[in-house]
Design a protein around this ligand. Structure first.
Ligand SMILES: C[S@@+](CC[C@H](N)C(=O)[O-])C[C@H]1O[C@@H](n2cnc3c(N)ncnc32)[C@H](O)[C@@H]1O
Length: 243
């Protein structure tokens, strides 16, 4: 089956067309999912970690991109199935992902707090892409990011979903309504000069974080040999100002 046919299967499931990724079945539009897919195809991470998902839209898109990279990348999906029992049965979870051609995924049926105590966490190695979409409080978003911060590869990408506005959510029960406050943590991260952030205020919004680039290199002059592939020579110092 062609890759696009696997991906198109998400449009057959109304439960994958919700939760604020600006996706729409009518015109086969992945919405923000195009960003998630493209980021994996462009940066080719070997290890992707996705925290939290309603019915799997994000891990399916990330998993499809890894499959299409075809270079051995693996997805770790962390979710304790706190909303209902959707992720509770390992065989059912594996079959659900396999239905979209996503086989290189390990589901960890636990919170991030439990995952950081596990052997799987200690064995992870550099993480090329982290997707934070668990409990949408500023405190939990901070916990999720800091749990993986030291493991992030130099060119890692981090997405935070539900990151651009405040919202009251009854998803854990009418008596457990809580406020999404990831936006407050994003504001704090924006003050950190080590990182650059970009918001996409579509659907429920997503923010992409990458390391800030180093200062630009000193000016170089392109010589003919440099243009042909040789080393560029530094520009000569400016002439002294006339006395
Ligand atoms: C309902 S989803 C949010 C919806 C999401 N925006 C989407 O697109 O699917 C949030 C998920 O985070 C999980 N979750 C809650 N607390 C968590 C934690 N501490 N660690 C990992 N996952 C958590 C829940 O089990 C739930 O499935």
């Amino acid at each position: 089956m062609k890759s696009i046919e696997h991906l198109n299967r998400v449009f057959e499931h109304p439960e994958l067309m919700v939760m604020g990724h600006a996706q729409s079945a009518a015109d086969h539009n992945l919405g923000l999912g195009w960003l998630y897919y493209a980021q994996v195809r462009v940066t080719r991470p070997q290890t992707v970690v996705c925290i939290g998902s309603w019915r799997g839209f994000v891990p399916i898109v990330l998993g499809r991109a890894l499959a299409d990279n075809a270079d051995g990348g693996h997805l770790h999906f962390i979710d304790p199935s706190m909303v209902d029992d959707f992720w509770a049965d390992p065989q059912r979870t594996q079959a659900w992902f396999a239905g979209f051609g996503v086989d290189h995924v390990t589901h960890h049926l636990m919170t991030t707090q439990a995952f950081v105590q596990s052997d799987a966490y200690r064995a992870l190695g550099p993480v090329g892409l982290l997707f934070v979409d668990g409990m949408h409080t500023a405190e939990q978003a901070r916990y999720d990011f800091e749990a993986f911060e030291a493991l992030l590869a130099d060119d890692a990408s981090v997405f935070f979903h539900d990151s651009v506005r405040r919202l009251r959510s009854p998803i854990y029960g009418k008596d457990k309504v809580y406020e999404h406050s990831v936006v407050d943590y994003i504001h704090a991260l924006r003050q950190d000069p080590r990182y650059q952030l970009m918001d996409y205020a579509h659907g429920s919004g997503v923010t992409l974080l990458r390391r800030a680039p180093p200062p630009p290199p000193t000016e170089v002059t392109l010589t003919k040999s440099a243009m042909a592939g040789g080393a560029a020579t530094p520009a000569p110092p400016p002439a002294p100002a006339p006395a």
